[in-house]
Design a protein around this ligand. Structure first.
Ligand code: SAH
Length: 242
């Protein structure tokens, strides 16, 4: 049976990839991915055939990878973080549903909420939700509703895709919605370029986060009522009585 792997690379640095993911890339002959992620692994896996495409060319990239797998090459499609979290795993499974000659195996990776959470301290110590602010494939109305619901029940909220060139004010809009239910001084954090060159993090109030200039390589964390700053780290207590 032809096998197609969908592999999460983790945030970027090879050390943060799972041992399983690294082992599978070692044995693959073809690796497909977005140019930014291929750049992260090219040096280590230089002897492979690469299928490299740009942003918004996900479908083409996946179809070409499926063809390679069908030709009998051990093939992996790579995504940053986890391949199932705003990644290619679902799309690949949909594209392969009618193909009897191909089996898809998803290999977990460390998603930005977890790798970024570790950089900040322990912001996800209690219930949390992950919401993407990208309205490319989701209506803004739905995003807004999810933000409201998560804020209303005091979840810690982790925001992916907080900004892009075309969506500069989305983080501000999101913070304003959240602020209808959470206090202005709720402890928040951001991490840019997790596990990559230029990694940078900070802890801000929700009111400050509203005006923070995030880019597309930033993940934002909004705490709950109990979240606090301990020695410059962001901590959401689990609830132990100490
Ligand atoms: N599959 C990825 C998410 C892809 S969506 C994962 O599981 O992590 C893209 C968003 O993820 C970015 O806009 C950013 O919010 C977040 N992200 C992914 N990698 C990141 C990194 N190295 N540093 C900071 N944020 C990252």
């Amino acid at each position: 049976m032809n096998k197609l792997y969908v592999v999460g690379l983790g945030p970027g640095d090879h050390k943060k990839m799972t041992v399983e993911a690294a082992g599978i890339l070692d044995k693959c002959e073809v690796i497909a991915g977005y140019s930014v992620y291929i750049d992260l692994i090219k040096e280590r896996y230089g002897n492979k055939e690469f299928i490299v495409t740009g942003m918004r060319q996900e479908e083409e990239r996946c179809k070409r990878a499926i063809e390679k797998a069908e030709e009998g090459y051990k093939t992996a499609v790579v995504c940053s973080g986890d391949s199932g979290v705003y990644g290619m795993a679902g799309l690949i499974m949909e594209l392969c549903q009618e193909r009897e000659n191909i089996e898809v195996e998803v290999v977990a990776g460390v998603t930005a909420a977890l790798s970024g959470g570790a950089v900040l301290g322990a912001p996800l110590g209690h219930d949390f939700s992950v919401i993407s602010l990208s309205d490319l494939m989701t209506t803004w109305e739905k995003i807004e509703n999810r933000l409201k619901c998560a804020a209303m029940c005091d979840m810690v909220i982790c925001l992916y895709n907080p900004s892009s060139r075309k969506r500069k004010d989305y983080l501000k809009k999101a913070c304003e919605i959240v602020m209808e239910y959470k206090d202005w001084d709720t402890v928040c954090g951001y991490v840019k370029n997790i596990g990559r060159k230029g990694e940078e993090c900070g802890i801000l109030s929700l009111n400050e986060m509203k005006d923070f200039e995030a880019d597309m390589f930033t993940t934002v964390f909004i705490g709950n009522k109990e979240t606090k700053k301990i020695k410059n780290q962001m901590v959401t207590p689990r609830g132990y009585k100490i």
